[in-house]
Design a protein around this ligand. Sequence first.
Ligand code: NCD
Length: 305
Amino acid sequence: MRHLIDIMDLSVREINELINTAMDIIEYPEKYCEVCRNKKLATLFYEPSTRTRLSFTSAMMELGGQVIGFDDANSSSVSKGETVQDTVRVVENFADIIAMRHHTEGAPLEASHVANVPIINAGDGSHAHPTQSLTDLLTIKREMGRLDHLTIGFCGDLKFGRTVHSLIQAMSRYEDIKIILIAPEELQLPERFKLKTPNLEMREVTTMEEVMPELDILYMTRVQQERFLDKEEFERVKDSFVLTLNKLEHAKPSMRILHPLPRVNEILPEVDDDPRAAYFRQVGNGKYIRMALIYQLLLWSKKNK
Ligand code: NCD
């Protein structure tokens, strides 16, 4: 059975296959509108979400499939104390593939150990968010035409931001990638995500202005309020970095701004109309890459049966 728990579960060849499938879906949607007929996706969301859950739902619907699930664990048997593994053993009787978001790191991995259908990690704690990385990769490919030879600035909450952790891992496998980490002291990238691979250069800075001219991608993130134990610390760092049109003055015209969304106030709305702002286009890509993922995971799992 093939699962997607961590972006490293996919080979570079498979990632490229997913990106190519997504591009094909964008060009010829009618080819794919029945490929998941009679298939069901279950979305098990133990943590709030708008775009991830809706994009999974819309992706499955556009493939001709159906969707069941919950978006509030309190209204399911979880509130009676059911374990994640038991819930999955039950749900796999009703669905062909499961997308799970959980506040506990490792919950989707645990689920995959007992599952007889593919499990997709839709975000686990502050650990990983592989389908957001696939969305980001498709966006970078469509906006820049390449996934190599790029300088990417990650800005904001690099400590708790799971989308940052997964995308750094994903980028570590492409040629000539420079990563610049832009964060206040309290929100720096945890050591375990500071990868040491020869094709990846990493450095830390404290302002976005000092690196703006060299960036190909500026990846902005929200300060993850819900993961702070200390409310005062959150208040202190919440407005650390705010992107304004002024700050973009020295950026390359070809630079692209990504953000997994939701944003709070780290990008002012005045930036939205700048052609470099790619974050709303990025949301659309999330649907296409999830269509490709659901379709391919079902195919790969069938082959392995
Ligand atoms: C992100 C997440 O849930 O980690 N959102 C998303 O899935 N697009 C980012 C965030 O919540 O800040």
